[in-house]
Write a protein that binds this ligand. Structure first.
Ligand code: AMP
Ligand code: MG
Length: 399
């Protein structure tokens, strides 16, 4: 049985980088940037006024009465320059006319019959946004791997980009296994249960931007499992996620099916709780994640291993840097394996705290559904409130 850290490292090592594709800005939201983006334009594009006001030369005597040369709307360029004793009314966003080096807001001037009275001397540069002060053409703008939020897309647009190179979406397959999974819309019969892992993992894959092929529910039958995994191996998937059938029971047949297909089993069993039976294999070039059937184990395995592979594809480290969080209540891990427990992060009073959520175990989806982080407690360890643990945010965008 390997450690959690070794398992994460193995997934990272076996995951190839993704290829990239160019998409228009309007299709880039939620995608991951494939390479560093450089600006094509200065931003601002020219010296522009940040106020509706009067463009003036600061280097003259104030109070002053200035002759009005005209009015300049945003989107227009002044026909001539502004000299001492002169001014031009300009609107927010308009280019500052040559000769002027300050803008006096309309509220601070009195306009009367072709001239304007200004009392206080403006500071040179007042209310002017300088060309290129936010970024210059050619400057790096967004780093490889960043999650494209609306504001990052806006920054790319301001930089003159109309499209961006993004990481190609992963092609994923999902196979749910288990004799007990109710497959009909009529609901579970005697001894059967609803399928929670199918919806869990389809939602998780969709949230990560994968194109998912739903391979349905497979019975715990070696021949059927082997043939369905064999067929999945021919679909050209980047990753195949299965759930169930990886524990030590008589009908846990995923690893046997994989072996008979000649898959390379990289690891099977990780010293962690939940998620001990997790299996990771290479089925041809397809990364296969055999997640346990217990729903919390499947969720944790997805967040830490499948998501880890998706991050590595995009050039990121498999796990985001953990947050150091102070425990808001004591916890105890009696077992030997590393525990990854559900918690709620609290950001108050200048420190990050994590509130452990009581859980009945790896079937307790309700406790897990309240969590926004997993925090790590080493094996055979008791921790007091106030002690610091490493927490990994889940259920929100990790950007
Ligand atoms: P397994 O990993 O196949 O031994 O399953 C472990 C536990 O998870 C059992 O209690 C199963 O009934 C349950 N389980 C397996 N698959 C699912 C599923 N798709 N949805 C909900 N529970 C499941
Ligand atoms: Mg099963």
């Amino acid at each position: 049985m390997i450690t959690f850290a070794e398992a994460v490292a193995q997934v990272a090592k076996r995951t190839p980088p993704a290829s990239a594709e160019e998409v228009p800005l309007d299709a880039a939201a939620g995608r991951l940037l494939a390479g560093t983006v450089e600006s094509r334009l200065d931003h601002p594009r020219f010296d522009a006024t940040s106020k509706d006001g009067w463009a003036v030369c600061s280097d003259q005597t104030f109070p002053a009465r200035l002759r009005v040369l005209g009015t300049l709307a945003a989107g227009r360029v002044a026909p001539g320059s502004v000299g001492v004793g002169e001014t031009m009314k300009i609107m927010t966003g308009a280019p500052v006319p040559s000769g002027a080096d300050a803008v006096v807001p309309v509220e601070e001037a009195v306009e009367e019959a072709g001239s304007v009275a200004i009392d206080a001397p403006p500071r040179p540069g007042a209310n002017i946004r300088r060309r290129g002060e936010v970024f210059a053409g050619g400057a790096p703008l967004l780093e490889a791997g960043v999650f494209l939020t609306p504001v990052r897309i806006a920054a790319a647009a301001a930089a003159g980009r109309r499209s961006l190179r993004v990481v190609r979406r992963a092609r994923a397959g999902l196979l749910v296994t288990g004799e007990e999974i109710a497959s009909s819309a009529a609901g579970p019969g005697p001894g059967q249960i609803p399928d929670s892992n199918g919806p869990l993992l389809r939602a998780a894959l969709a949230r990560e931007g994968c194109e998912t092929t739903d391979l349905g529910v497979c019975r715990d039958d070696l021949a059927e499992l082997t043939s369905r995994l064999g067929a999945a191996a021919k679909l050209g998937l980047d990753l195949l996620v299965t759930t169930g059938g990886v524990s030590a029971g008589d009908f846990d047949l995923v690893s046997a099916a994989l072996r008979s297909l000649g898959a390379e089993i990289v690891f099977h069993k990780v010293s962690m709780r939940p998620g001990k039976p997790t299996l990771f294999a290479l089925l041809g070039p397809t990364l296969l994640f055999g997640l346990p059937g217990n729903p919390v184990s499947a969720a944790v395995g997805f967040d830490l291993f499948v998501r880890g592979a998706l991050r590595v594809r995009a050039g990121l480290p498999p796990l985001p840097a953990p947050i150091d969080a102070a425990l808001l209540a004591p916890v105890r891990n009696r077992g030997r394996r590393l525990a990854l427990l559900p918690g709620c992060l609290h950001f108050a009073g200048g420190t990050v705290g994590v509130e452990p959520i009581p859980t009945l175990g790896s079937h307790d989806l309700l406790a897990q559904s309240r969590a926004d982080a997993l925090f790590a407690v080493p094996g055979e360890t008791s921790l007091r409130a106030g002690e610091v643990v490493e927490a990994y945010p889940i259920s929100r965008d990790w950007a």
